[in-house]
Design a protein around this ligand. Sequence first.
Ligand SMILES: [Fe+2]
Length: 385
Amino acid sequence: MNKFVLDTDLISGEGTIEYIRTLPLKKVCIVTDTMMVKLGIVDRVTGHLNASRIEYKIFDRVEANPSLETVNLGLHHIIDYKPEALIAIGGGSVIDAAKAIIYFCIKTKESLLDKTHITKPIFIAIPTTSGTGSEVTAISVITDSKTHTKIPLKDALMLPDVAILDSSLTLSVPKPITADTGMDVITHAIEAYVATGANRFTNLFVEEAIKLAFNNLLKAYYNGNNKIARQHMHDASCMAGIGFNNAGLGINHSLAHAIGGHFGVSHGRANAILLPYIIAFNSGLEDGLVHEFGKPYAQLANLIRVESEEMTVKIKSLIEVIKQFNKKMEIPETFEAYGIDPEAYYKAIPEMAQSAFDDICTTTNPRIVTLKVLEKRLEQAFRGR
Ligand SMILES: [Fe+2]
């Protein structure tokens, strides 16, 4: 069975933030963080709201890895203010927080009222980084700061109604974040392409995301003001998000979640370091099973114009291209080179492998894995062999 869902209106292009002027709204809540306010990016939204005489309030308390406490504050904010719409403007954390606020708002109301009396606010997501694809997914990750655990939420209630992909908001993203988020896009696309939920519909989006990301990430990295490359990366991020929201991801993400949780490595950077090792394993390259598992990776290599008829050569070249991307963007080859203490890392391997094993992304990985397999990947990504 092939299943594909896309329920978000996509508005894409430089300057498209002005689309919010056209929305028939009277009262909105803007969810954001203090950096977006400081950089004047929130003014871009409020300018249009003022021009259209739309009343608004700003909730700017979202932090990186948003906590349950923040979500709770935001929840009270919208329960008091009763907006018709929520506009989330910021990176993945802001959009995730807004999703959780909507989720808990509806769930709270459902526990008190009859469903016919509940209206979900219109949810408009405006990403300011090109990476998470959160603007088209029904997933949010919230942190319980008391237990230091991540709470993954998945519910169609959280799917944005409108995503505005305006690259002019991404021009000031610094180089290391452009690198990390860009490699997150590439990892989403590659994992979604080989995931067990992949089908011809998801592949359509993922193939375009791969081509756009491989052709534009370095351009956006070297020149952040390259508007065309920035827009292509913004669109690629969204397309990869549509792909993995339907197809699933794999152990690259499971392991990145575990390493990020233990050692605070940024999500995209952890993905980027792991990617060559995970492709070598998942494609069968590492253990001579390439004819069984390698085909989708070889097809991916075709998309980035690797010239060879030989499947093994194609996969090796794909890995080499990814290594070159990392090198050019100063992403280290291993977690040891990244600077994690070896003793602390090796001590954490069993726990990280277990949490990766239990991670929902592992369920759609193309190869079935054991704890030992995951431990081996963690060791390789540390030492580089
Ligand atoms: Fe990701």
